[in-house]
Write a protein that binds this ligand. Sequence first.
Ligand SMILES: [Zn+2]
Length: 540
Amino acid sequence: MRYAVDRYAIGTEIEVCADDFYGKYIPNKLSRFRCPECGEIVYFRSKGGNQPNHFYHKVKTDQTPECDKRVDGHAKLSLYQRVGLSLYLTGVVSGNLQLNIGFPAIGRHLLMQAETQKLIVNIIGDNNTKIAKRIDSSNFFEDRLTLIPVNFVPKNTRNYSIEISGTSSMRLFSKQWAGFADGFGVGGAIFSFEETGGKKIRRGDCISTQRTYYLVTKIGIPPHKEIKCTEIGKLYLKNNAYKVYVFEINVDLDNKARFLAVSDYFNRFFGVVLLEKQPELIPLWPPVVVQEFFIPVKNNSSVVCSVSSGNSSPNVYLYKEFATAPVDLHRNRSGGYTTEIYVGKTPSILSVDRKYVGREAVFQDRFIIRPNFSYEIQIERPNHVITPWDKVTEDIFKSDFSVIANSKMELYIGSLNRTFRYEPIRSALTAIPYKTNTNEMYLIIESGIAFHIKAHVKGQRIEIEDKELAKSLTNCICGQMVPIPMWAYYGIRLLKRNGYLQTYHKIMALINNQEISIALLKQMRKPEFMRITNLNKLIK
Ligand SMILES: [Zn+2]
């Protein structure tokens, strides 16, 4: 195989191509590479000549040819066919814990077709454990994930097998469904944490420190003091009762021995690896609500995301039908990375640092299901004037204010210079300090938007002025070039800070080798520029 997972240092991993290592000294080369499919150790081999560099499995198993095929993407497999269906834990609130397999929506047309053909899906563990469900509108949703309860786990860490009755009918479902679902490790399984339940962390994927997860285990409480556990109930499956805990790991990477011991425990018993930092996309603006997918609160928008990764140069992959493509990342001055994802009606599916591992983030422009409870939200201004949220105007952006609320909610604040603030509202009164350039805000409750306000007038005015100014620069391209004076530097920076981005980019494009044309400098001294950039004080 050409690709492998490189665990080049404790608590880190990255997907690499064999060609990257040609002719190089590779420290720890006998233990650092893993098969992205089965997680077993693989070795680097370079034979030279016209033989490609590659990785190979240490121990050949029945699965090896399948791994090679999947890892190198020769097989025309959709994302779901590669990662399998996901397992979900539900019933945390009621205490009646339940294990389910999630079947993604197949759409009205396909569901009707299956119903007419009387198709049945079988979830199989072994000869004695099997669940059959007719594929029809009484058992499956056409437009969202359907959870089918399962009361067994396949023996010997095998996967669930998913079969559909009828001739060649699996192919119909191959875009959304898979022939398997990830089984348990020898100790049980780890699930992501939401208050009501979680999604299973697929074997081969990772967990990270300082985060909450569910542990479904039959081997008892973890024997490491760095894993803080609270028992929340039991999950009864055929032949086995599992204990369910909520847990968090607190171990520092500087304490290598302890980090390794904890990582080894999770790898051995649950098939997951401990990383220092969770590889993930964190949506910044506009806010998104999480309803199965990430849904931006603005239709047809781009979502700016920050990229969390333990690697100094992370990769973000966008899934195409049978393949992936890397996404452009923007490096901030602070060294972090962001990326901008266009979100439309077709789902945009992305993953950080690893492909086909089952931890994709899905963004889609969809109808947001809004909460139908009533909330009391009021805004208090510094002069103690209290306004109900639906009467608030853009004046709110001109000073400090406080949010008075009777429920927890999330406040997102945007600004003209594309810096974003997130303020969780967790108490009856939350003070929000004033910041310049603030122009937009969303208040989100229970995953539905409650409140949106934008400073229209100022925003629009800037937009119009920006266009005009940018246009006025068109004739400044030619002429004699001089080194950029200090006042012009300030002016350019202020344009950017105040949201005159078209003009800013145009000027930046006209600067060549730290020099600027005299015609452009003349233009920048005109009153319409001076008013915006406040430069009159600087130019003597
Ligand atoms: Zn493998």
